[in-house]
Design a protein around this ligand. Structure first.
Ligand code: SF4
Length: 365
Protein backbone atom coordinates (compact mmCIF):
# COMPACT_ATOMS: atom_id res chain seq x y z
CA UNK A 1 0.00 0.00 0.00
CA UNK A 2 1.22 3.51 -0.71
CA UNK A 3 0.32 6.26 1.70
CA UNK A 4 0.96 9.93 1.04
CA UNK A 5 2.96 11.75 3.71
CA UNK A 6 -0.06 13.75 4.93
CA UNK A 7 -2.03 10.57 5.53
CA UNK A 8 0.90 9.10 7.49
CA UNK A 9 1.01 12.27 9.57
CA UNK A 10 -2.74 12.05 10.19
CA UNK A 11 -2.37 8.49 11.49
CA UNK A 12 0.64 9.37 13.65
CA UNK A 13 -1.33 12.13 15.38
CA UNK A 14 -4.64 10.21 15.53
CA UNK A 15 -6.02 9.91 19.08
CA UNK A 16 -9.56 8.59 18.63
CA UNK A 17 -9.69 4.99 19.97
CA UNK A 18 -12.20 3.86 17.35
CA UNK A 19 -10.03 5.09 14.45
CA UNK A 20 -6.96 3.49 16.03
CA UNK A 21 -8.84 0.18 16.34
CA UNK A 22 -9.38 0.40 12.57
CA UNK A 23 -5.63 0.90 12.06
CA UNK A 24 -4.75 -2.11 14.25
CA UNK A 25 -7.31 -4.28 12.42
CA UNK A 26 -6.03 -3.23 8.99
CA UNK A 27 -2.40 -3.90 9.99
CA UNK A 28 -3.32 -7.28 11.45
CA UNK A 29 -5.26 -8.28 8.34
CA UNK A 30 -2.36 -7.16 6.08
CA UNK A 31 0.09 -9.14 8.22
CA UNK A 32 -2.10 -12.27 7.96
CA UNK A 33 -2.51 -11.97 4.18
CA UNK A 34 1.17 -11.30 3.42
CA UNK A 35 3.30 -13.16 5.99
CA UNK A 36 0.75 -15.49 7.59
CA UNK A 37 0.05 -16.44 11.19
CA UNK A 38 3.44 -17.98 11.98
CA UNK A 39 5.63 -16.09 14.44
CA UNK A 40 9.28 -16.74 13.60
CA UNK A 41 11.82 -16.83 16.41
CA UNK A 42 15.35 -15.49 15.94
CA UNK A 43 17.81 -16.47 18.67
CA UNK A 44 19.73 -13.35 19.72
CA UNK A 45 23.37 -13.66 20.82
CA UNK A 46 24.76 -10.35 22.12
CA UNK A 47 28.39 -11.39 21.83
CA UNK A 48 30.21 -8.13 22.67
CA UNK A 49 29.09 -4.96 24.42
CA UNK A 50 32.35 -3.16 23.60
CA UNK A 51 31.88 -0.18 21.29
CA UNK A 52 34.27 2.44 19.97
CA UNK A 53 31.53 4.98 19.31
CA UNK A 54 29.90 7.55 21.51
CA UNK A 55 26.30 7.69 20.36
CA UNK A 56 24.48 10.18 22.55
CA UNK A 57 21.62 7.85 23.48
CA UNK A 58 23.30 4.47 23.92
CA UNK A 59 24.46 2.87 27.14
CA UNK A 60 27.16 0.92 25.26
CA UNK A 61 28.89 4.18 24.22
CA UNK A 62 32.62 4.11 24.88
CA UNK A 63 32.29 7.08 27.26
CA UNK A 64 30.11 5.10 29.67
CA UNK A 65 32.76 4.05 32.20
CA UNK A 66 30.12 2.57 34.53
CA UNK A 67 29.39 -0.35 32.21
CA UNK A 68 31.38 -3.56 32.69
CA UNK A 69 32.47 -4.84 29.29
CA UNK A 70 32.56 -8.38 27.89
CA UNK A 71 33.27 -10.18 24.64
CA UNK A 72 32.23 -13.85 24.31
CA UNK A 73 34.75 -16.43 23.09
CA UNK A 74 34.02 -18.60 20.08
CA UNK A 75 33.23 -21.54 22.40
CA UNK A 76 30.79 -19.43 24.42
CA UNK A 77 29.06 -18.30 21.23
CA UNK A 78 28.90 -21.88 19.94
CA UNK A 79 27.26 -22.94 23.24
CA UNK A 80 24.52 -20.37 22.52
CA UNK A 81 24.28 -21.63 18.93
CA UNK A 82 23.88 -25.19 20.30
CA UNK A 83 20.90 -24.00 22.33
CA UNK A 84 19.37 -22.42 19.24
CA UNK A 85 19.66 -25.78 17.46
CA UNK A 86 18.12 -27.59 20.45
CA UNK A 87 15.23 -25.10 20.48
CA UNK A 88 14.67 -25.52 16.70
CA UNK A 89 15.29 -21.85 15.94
CA UNK A 90 15.70 -21.12 12.23
CA UNK A 91 18.02 -18.15 12.72
CA UNK A 92 20.74 -16.89 15.04
CA UNK A 93 21.45 -13.18 15.22
CA UNK A 94 25.02 -12.25 16.18
CA UNK A 95 24.90 -8.75 17.62
CA UNK A 96 27.61 -6.49 19.07
CA UNK A 97 28.71 -2.91 19.49
CA UNK A 98 31.27 -1.55 17.02
CA UNK A 99 34.00 -3.47 18.79
CA UNK A 100 37.48 -2.76 17.34
CA UNK A 101 38.66 -6.02 18.95
CA UNK A 102 36.49 -8.09 16.59
CA UNK A 103 38.79 -9.49 13.94
CA UNK A 104 37.16 -9.85 10.52
CA UNK A 105 38.77 -13.25 9.84
CA UNK A 106 37.63 -14.51 13.25
CA UNK A 107 34.07 -13.33 12.59
CA UNK A 108 33.99 -14.89 9.11
CA UNK A 109 35.38 -18.19 10.44
CA UNK A 110 32.66 -18.16 13.11
CA UNK A 111 29.95 -17.61 10.48
CA UNK A 112 31.43 -20.42 8.34
CA UNK A 113 31.43 -22.74 11.34
CA UNK A 114 27.79 -22.03 12.21
CA UNK A 115 26.76 -22.49 8.56
CA UNK A 116 28.65 -25.79 8.24
CA UNK A 117 27.43 -27.24 11.57
CA UNK A 118 23.78 -26.11 11.46
CA UNK A 119 20.97 -25.39 8.99
CA UNK A 120 20.24 -21.99 10.48
CA UNK A 121 20.27 -18.62 8.78
CA UNK A 122 22.91 -16.30 10.25
CA UNK A 123 22.13 -12.64 10.77
CA UNK A 124 24.88 -10.16 11.60
CA UNK A 125 24.23 -6.95 13.48
CA UNK A 126 27.76 -5.62 14.04
CA UNK A 127 27.59 -1.99 12.94
CA UNK A 128 29.30 -0.11 10.12
CA UNK A 129 32.05 -1.97 8.22
CA UNK A 130 33.80 -1.20 4.95
CA UNK A 131 32.23 -2.64 1.79
CA UNK A 132 34.98 -5.23 1.27
CA UNK A 133 34.58 -6.48 4.85
CA UNK A 134 30.84 -6.85 4.27
CA UNK A 135 31.63 -8.79 1.10
CA UNK A 136 33.83 -11.18 3.16
CA UNK A 137 31.00 -11.71 5.64
CA UNK A 138 28.62 -12.49 2.80
CA UNK A 139 31.15 -14.86 1.21
CA UNK A 140 31.50 -16.62 4.57
CA UNK A 141 27.78 -17.41 4.37
CA UNK A 142 26.09 -14.68 6.42
CA UNK A 143 22.50 -14.51 5.16
CA UNK A 144 21.21 -11.31 6.67
CA UNK A 145 22.51 -8.02 8.01
CA UNK A 146 20.80 -5.60 10.38
CA UNK A 147 21.76 -1.93 10.47
CA UNK A 148 19.24 0.55 11.81
CA UNK A 149 19.32 3.97 10.19
CA UNK A 150 17.62 5.25 13.40
CA UNK A 151 16.30 8.43 11.74
CA UNK A 152 16.12 9.60 8.14
CA UNK A 153 16.85 13.16 9.29
CA UNK A 154 20.57 13.34 8.44
CA UNK A 155 21.22 16.29 10.79
CA UNK A 156 19.56 14.55 13.72
CA UNK A 157 21.43 11.31 12.94
CA UNK A 158 24.77 13.14 12.85
CA UNK A 159 24.00 14.82 16.17
CA UNK A 160 23.20 11.61 18.06
CA UNK A 161 25.53 9.24 16.18
CA UNK A 162 28.97 10.86 15.75
CA UNK A 163 31.59 8.73 13.94
CA UNK A 164 34.30 7.00 15.97
CA UNK A 165 37.36 9.24 16.52
CA UNK A 166 39.50 9.35 13.38
CA UNK A 167 36.87 7.54 11.30
CA UNK A 168 35.06 9.16 8.38
CA UNK A 169 31.32 9.77 8.48
CA UNK A 170 29.42 7.00 6.71
CA UNK A 171 26.02 7.21 5.01
CA UNK A 172 23.91 4.40 6.48
CA UNK A 173 21.38 4.53 3.63
CA UNK A 174 24.27 3.91 1.25
CA UNK A 175 25.53 0.99 3.39
CA UNK A 176 22.02 -0.51 3.30
CA UNK A 177 22.02 -0.31 -0.51
CA UNK A 178 25.47 -1.95 -0.57
CA UNK A 179 24.21 -4.78 1.65
CA UNK A 180 21.35 -5.39 -0.77
CA UNK A 181 23.75 -5.38 -3.74
CA UNK A 182 25.91 -7.97 -1.95
CA UNK A 183 22.91 -10.27 -1.68
CA UNK A 184 22.13 -9.98 2.04
CA UNK A 185 18.58 -9.94 3.31
CA UNK A 186 18.64 -6.44 4.71
CA UNK A 187 17.11 -5.25 7.97
CA UNK A 188 16.93 -1.75 9.35
CA UNK A 189 14.78 0.36 11.61
CA UNK A 190 14.35 3.51 13.65
CA UNK A 191 13.87 4.81 17.14
CA UNK A 192 10.62 6.54 17.96
CA UNK A 193 10.66 9.72 20.01
CA UNK A 194 14.37 10.57 19.79
CA UNK A 195 14.73 14.00 21.42
CA UNK A 196 14.65 16.40 18.46
CA UNK A 197 12.64 14.05 16.19
CA UNK A 198 9.63 15.77 14.64
CA UNK A 199 6.41 14.32 13.24
CA UNK A 200 7.63 15.12 9.77
CA UNK A 201 10.92 13.23 10.42
CA UNK A 202 9.01 10.17 11.56
CA UNK A 203 6.72 10.24 8.52
CA UNK A 204 9.85 10.45 6.33
CA UNK A 205 11.28 7.41 8.17
CA UNK A 206 8.20 5.42 7.21
CA UNK A 207 8.47 6.54 3.58
CA UNK A 208 12.17 5.55 3.62
CA UNK A 209 11.22 2.01 4.73
CA UNK A 210 9.12 1.63 1.59
CA UNK A 211 11.80 3.15 -0.65
CA UNK A 212 14.58 0.90 0.70
CA UNK A 213 12.46 -2.25 0.15
CA UNK A 214 13.71 -3.84 3.39
CA UNK A 215 13.39 -7.47 4.46
CA UNK A 216 13.22 -6.72 8.17
CA UNK A 217 12.15 -3.53 9.94
CA UNK A 218 12.56 -3.01 13.67
CA UNK A 219 10.91 -0.03 15.35
CA UNK A 220 11.25 0.69 19.04
CA UNK A 221 10.69 3.58 21.44
CA UNK A 222 13.58 5.75 22.58
CA UNK A 223 14.21 4.86 26.23
CA UNK A 224 16.48 7.35 28.04
CA UNK A 225 19.65 5.96 29.61
CA UNK A 226 20.77 8.04 32.62
CA UNK A 227 24.48 7.56 31.84
CA UNK A 228 24.27 9.13 28.38
CA UNK A 229 24.23 12.81 27.32
CA UNK A 230 20.78 12.46 25.78
CA UNK A 231 19.39 10.81 28.90
CA UNK A 232 20.98 13.39 31.22
CA UNK A 233 20.04 16.51 29.30
CA UNK A 234 16.82 15.36 27.66
CA UNK A 235 15.11 18.76 27.79
CA UNK A 236 18.02 20.44 26.03
CA UNK A 237 17.63 18.22 22.95
CA UNK A 238 13.82 18.17 22.66
CA UNK A 239 12.03 19.81 19.74
CA UNK A 240 9.22 22.23 20.66
CA UNK A 241 6.22 20.59 22.25
CA UNK A 242 4.01 20.65 19.16
CA UNK A 243 6.75 19.16 16.94
CA UNK A 244 8.43 16.57 19.21
CA UNK A 245 7.36 12.93 18.70
CA UNK A 246 6.58 11.32 22.07
CA UNK A 247 8.51 8.12 22.87
CA UNK A 248 5.43 6.22 23.96
CA UNK A 249 4.07 2.71 23.67
CA UNK A 250 1.08 3.97 21.66
CA UNK A 251 3.33 5.78 19.18
CA UNK A 252 5.35 2.58 18.74
CA UNK A 253 2.20 0.62 17.85
CA UNK A 254 1.18 3.29 15.35
CA UNK A 255 4.57 3.17 13.62
CA UNK A 256 4.55 -0.63 13.68
CA UNK A 257 1.07 -0.80 12.11
CA UNK A 258 1.91 1.81 9.45
CA UNK A 259 5.14 -0.06 8.66
CA UNK A 260 3.09 -3.18 7.98
CA UNK A 261 0.73 -1.25 5.66
CA UNK A 262 3.59 0.36 3.73
CA UNK A 263 5.81 -2.76 3.59
CA UNK A 264 3.37 -5.69 3.73
CA UNK A 265 5.91 -8.40 2.82
CA UNK A 266 8.61 -7.50 5.31
CA UNK A 267 9.44 -9.20 8.62
CA UNK A 268 8.67 -7.01 11.63
CA UNK A 269 9.72 -7.91 15.18
CA UNK A 270 7.77 -7.15 18.33
CA UNK A 271 10.89 -5.67 19.96
CA UNK A 272 12.32 -6.07 23.45
CA UNK A 273 12.08 -2.29 23.85
CA UNK A 274 8.31 -2.60 23.41
CA UNK A 275 8.26 -5.41 25.99
CA UNK A 276 10.25 -3.13 28.29
CA UNK A 277 7.59 -0.40 28.11
CA UNK A 278 4.81 -2.93 28.67
CA UNK A 279 6.13 -6.14 30.26
CA UNK A 280 2.64 -7.60 30.58
CA UNK A 281 1.46 -7.51 26.97
CA UNK A 282 3.76 -5.31 24.81
CA UNK A 283 4.92 -8.21 22.63
CA UNK A 284 1.41 -9.61 22.18
CA UNK A 285 -0.02 -6.23 21.21
CA UNK A 286 2.88 -5.74 18.79
CA UNK A 287 2.11 -9.12 17.19
CA UNK A 288 -1.56 -8.13 16.89
CA UNK A 289 -0.73 -4.79 15.27
CA UNK A 290 1.55 -5.87 12.44
CA UNK A 291 4.54 -7.79 13.86
CA UNK A 292 5.45 -11.40 13.01
CA UNK A 293 8.89 -11.94 14.60
CA UNK A 294 10.23 -12.31 18.15
CA UNK A 295 13.92 -12.42 19.05
CA UNK A 296 14.32 -14.47 22.24
CA UNK A 297 17.65 -13.88 23.98
CA UNK A 298 20.28 -16.65 23.94
CA UNK A 299 23.06 -14.59 25.52
CA UNK A 300 24.53 -16.02 28.75
CA UNK A 301 22.46 -14.67 31.67
CA UNK A 302 25.57 -13.40 33.49
CA UNK A 303 26.14 -10.88 30.66
CA UNK A 304 22.54 -9.94 29.77
CA UNK A 305 22.41 -6.96 32.10
CA UNK A 306 25.62 -5.54 30.62
CA UNK A 307 24.17 -5.29 27.09
CA UNK A 308 22.48 -2.15 28.31
CA UNK A 309 21.69 0.08 25.34
CA UNK A 310 18.82 1.34 27.52
CA UNK A 311 18.09 0.56 31.19
CA UNK A 312 15.67 -1.94 32.77
CA UNK A 313 15.55 -4.07 29.64
CA UNK A 314 12.91 -6.81 29.74
CA UNK A 315 13.93 -10.46 30.23
CA UNK A 316 17.51 -9.91 31.43
CA UNK A 317 17.24 -12.46 34.22
CA UNK A 318 15.59 -15.31 32.30
CA UNK A 319 17.60 -18.23 30.95
CA UNK A 320 17.42 -19.03 27.23
CA UNK A 321 15.05 -21.92 28.04
CA UNK A 322 12.77 -19.66 30.11
CA UNK A 323 12.71 -17.14 27.25
CA UNK A 324 11.59 -19.83 24.82
CA UNK A 325 8.83 -21.07 27.16
CA UNK A 326 7.60 -17.53 27.81
CA UNK A 327 7.58 -16.58 24.14
CA UNK A 328 5.86 -19.75 22.90
CA UNK A 329 3.24 -19.35 25.64
CA UNK A 330 2.56 -15.75 24.63
CA UNK A 331 2.30 -16.70 20.94
CA UNK A 332 -0.17 -19.51 21.74
CA UNK A 333 -2.25 -17.19 23.97
CA UNK A 334 -3.07 -14.97 21.00
CA UNK A 335 -3.97 -17.95 18.78
CA UNK A 336 -0.80 -17.90 16.67
CA UNK A 337 1.87 -20.56 16.21
CA UNK A 338 5.66 -20.57 16.18
CA UNK A 339 7.01 -20.70 12.62
CA UNK A 340 9.24 -23.49 11.34
CA UNK A 341 12.39 -23.02 9.26
CA UNK A 342 14.33 -19.86 8.53
CA UNK A 343 11.38 -17.52 8.11
CA UNK A 344 12.84 -15.58 5.18
CA UNK A 345 10.79 -12.56 4.20
CA UNK A 346 8.48 -13.02 1.18
CA UNK A 347 10.40 -10.05 -0.25
CA UNK A 348 13.65 -12.04 -0.23
CA UNK A 349 11.94 -15.12 -1.63
CA UNK A 350 10.49 -13.08 -4.53
CA UNK A 351 13.95 -11.64 -5.27
CA UNK A 352 15.51 -15.11 -5.27
CA UNK A 353 12.79 -16.41 -7.63
CA UNK A 354 13.34 -13.45 -9.97
CA UNK A 355 17.13 -14.02 -9.92
CA UNK A 356 16.77 -17.71 -10.77
CA UNK A 357 14.29 -16.87 -13.56
CA UNK A 358 16.84 -14.43 -15.03
CA UNK A 359 19.62 -17.02 -14.66
CA UNK A 360 17.56 -19.69 -16.42
CA UNK A 361 16.75 -17.34 -19.30
CA UNK A 362 20.48 -16.51 -19.54
CA UNK A 363 21.33 -20.23 -19.52
CA UNK A 364 18.94 -20.96 -22.43
CA UNK A 365 20.22 -18.27 -24.73
S1 SF4 B 1 24.34 2.76 19.11
FE1 SF4 B 1 25.68 1.16 18.32
S2 SF4 B 1 27.46 2.27 17.53
FE2 SF4 B 1 26.38 3.67 18.90
S3 SF4 B 1 27.35 3.44 20.92
FE3 SF4 B 1 25.59 2.04 20.86
S4 SF4 B 1 26.39 0.08 20.16
FE4 SF4 B 1 27.90 1.69 19.68
Amino acid sequence: MTLPKQQILDWLTEQRPRRLDELWALADQTRREHVGDAVHLRGLIEFSNICQRNCLYCGLRTGNAKLSRYRLTEDEIMDCVGQAVAFNYGTVVLQSGEDPGIDLDWLCALVRRIKSETDMAVTLSVGEWEDDALQHMRDAGADRYLLRFETSNAKLFDRIHPPAPGQPKRDRMEILRTLRRLGFEVGSGVMIGIPGQTWSDLADDLLAFAELDLDMIGVGPYIPHPDTPLGKYLEHYMASEDLQVPATELMTYKVLALTRLLCPDTNIPATTALATLNTKSGRELGLQRGANIIMPNLSPTEHRGAYEIYPDKACIKDSAGQCLLCVTGRVAMIGRSVGKGRGDSPNAQQRRDADSAIESIGGDS
